[in-house]
Ligand binder design. Structure first.
Ligand code: SF4
Ligand code: SF4
Length: 162
């Protein structure tokens, strides 16, 4: 039976309820199109720690896809659903902050395709709160509130029916 990931939305909500400061982890299956999709932990670390946080950030200005913006803490965030992987930001950054391998996650890449890659899959699981995402070899199980999102993803949640 093919491996799938199981995203436990019930557990995720309980983690977030206990700790309101919990941020939605990168690598989380986006609940809407306007999310960041999957990134490497290194990308997050580099923008948080290495980036000089330029006041008039040239990386933001040069991006043709408006994919970069600063969050409330002034940390650069790359929206992978907008990024076209042109790497203009890498070239213009005066401090060489970014590495080109960050940009393998971008809007032209199928998010789920990355889950075929063992390394990416481990990264995905690690980047979520413990127990929220697991790798399973099972099928949809409504009795356990587990439903099929697509061929590679199962979601555990309460089904709202009209
Ligand atoms: S690589 Fe992505 S984030 Fe960087 S400039 Fe190009 S579109 Fe913008
Ligand atoms: S140009 Fe480079 S150092 Fe400046 S904000 Fe952008 S990534 Fe950070």
């Amino acid at each position: 039976m093919a491996q799938k990931i199981l995203l436990d939305m019930i557990k995720l909500r309980s983690v977030m309820a206990k700790d309101p400061a919990t941020t939605i982890p990168e690598g989380y299956i986006p609940p809407s199109l306007n999310t960041d999709g999957m990134k490497t932990i290194r990308e997050l670390a580099v923008f948080r720690f290495t980036c000089r946080k330029c006041e008039d950030a040239p990386c933001i200005g040069v991006c043709p896809a408006d994919a970069l913006e600063k969050d409330r803490d002034g940390i650069i965030n790359r929206h992978t659903n907008l990024c076209i992987s042109c790497k203009s930001c890498v070239t213009i950054c005066p401090f060489g902050t970014m590495m080109t391998d960050f940009f393998k996650h971008h809007r032209n890449k199928d998010l789920f395709h990355n889950l075929d890659d063992k390394e990416e899959l481990e990264l995905f699981v690690r980047s979520c709160p413990p127990g929220v995402v697991s790798v399973v070899e099972s099928e949809e199980s409504p009795a356990e509130n587990i439903y099929k999102l697509n061929d590679k993803v199962l979601v555990r949640d309460y089904l709202y029916t009209t």
